[in-house]
Design a protein around this ligand. Structure first.
Ligand code: MG
Length: 252
C-alpha cells in the first residue's frame, strides 16, 4: 500500500531531506584526496546529529556504517573504512536521515580531481536520468512512467541501468511501498497521487548491468569492473507537479 502523506507529514519529511541536502553539499567541500571514507563518515554523522537528526542507515538490517560510501566500480552500499580517497576517484555518498519519526534519503556521485571525460559523462547522464524520472512524477501518470524515463535517458547515452536495485517509497520507514525500478515499459503500475513521497534513485553502470555483492555482505559492485554512478532525490508528488525535498537550497 502506498501511503499518502499529509501536509504536516511532508513538512517533517522535508526537514529530514533538508539535512540530507546539507550533508551532500558539505561533502562536496570535504571530499579531497587523502581523506578516508571513515573520516568523511564521522563528519557526516556529526553534522546530522548537530541538526538533531539520526543517521538512518546505521544498523539498518545490520549495516555497520552511518552512511554508504562507494568508490568507482562500487555501485552502492559501500561501508566507510580507512580507505583513502585518491585523485581520479568517483565517490558515491548515500545519506539517510531520521528525525521526529520520519525519513529522508538522497545520494550523489562526486568526481575527485582529474576524472576521465567518459566517467564524467556517466555522472552527468545518471543525474539527468534522475531528473527525467522526477519529471514523470505527476498526478495521473503511472509509476512505471518514472522507470521508463530513467531507462530511456541512460540507454540513449549507451550506459546500463542496474536492475537488481530499485528506488522506493519513504516516510515513517526508510523503505516503503512502492519499489521503483529504473527500467520498464511506461504506463504500468499504480497511478501517482498527490501526497506520495518517493525516493527515486538511478544506479547506472558504464559497462554491463550485472552487479554482485562483495564478501563483506554489503558492497555492491559492477561485475565487469566498470564505473558506476548513483543519484537520488526524495520527492513528493503534488497537484502542481513533483517537488524535490532533497534539493540543495543553496544552489551549489
Ligand atoms: Mg534510497
Amino acid at each position: 500500500m502506498i501511503v499518502l502523506r499529509s501536509e504536516r507529514e511532508i513538512r517533517t519529511i522535508g526537514e529530514c531531506c533538508r539535512i540530507v541536502a546539507l550533508v551532500l553539499s558539505s561533502v562536496e567541500r570535504w571530499l579531497r584526496p587523502g581523506v578516508t571514507s571513515g573520516e568523511l563518515e564521522e563528519r557526516i554523522e556529526a553534522l546530522i546529529e548537530r541538526e538533531n537528526g539520526k543517521a538512518a542507515f546505521r544498523g539498518w538490517h545490520g549495516f555497520p556504517g552511518a552512511v554508504c560510501i562507494s568508490f568507482n566500480e562500487e555501485v552502492v552500499h559501500g561501508i566507510p573504512s580507512d580507505r583513502t580517497i585518491a585523485d581520479g576517484d568517483v565517490v558515491s555518498i548515500d545519506v539517510g536521515v531520521k528525525k521526529d519519526g520520519y525519513f529522508g534519503d538522497g545520494a550523489r556521485t562526486f568526481a575527485v580531481g582529474s576524472v576521465s571525460p567518459e566517467v564524467l559523462r556517466l555522472l552527468a547522464v545518471t543525474e539527468a536520468a534522475l531528473m527525467d524520472g522526477i519529471g514523470q512524477a505527476r498526478v495521473g501518470n503511472r509509476l512505471s512512467d518514472i522507470s521508463h524515463a530513467v531507462q530511456r535517458c541512460v540507454e540513449r547515452a549507451g550506459f546500463s541501468v542496474v536492475e537488481k536495485l530499485t528506488g522506493h517509497g519513504i516516510g515513517t520507514e526508510l523503505w516503503e511501498d512502492p519499489p521503483i525500478p529504473n527500467f520498464g515499459p511506461p504506463g504500468r503500475g499504480p497511478k501517482l497521487k498527490a501526497g506520495m513521497v518517493l525516493a527515486i534513485e538511478p544506479m547506472v553502470n558504464a559497462g554491463g548491468p550485472e552487479v554482485e555483492t562483495l564478501p563483506d555482505g554489503w558492497t555492491c559492485v559492477t561485475r565487469d569492473g566498470s564505473h558506476s554512478a548513483h543519484f537520488e532525490h526524495t520527492i513528493v508528488v503534488t497537484e502542481n507537479g513533483p517537488r524535490v525535498l532533497t534539493a540543495d537550497k543553496r544552489g551549489t
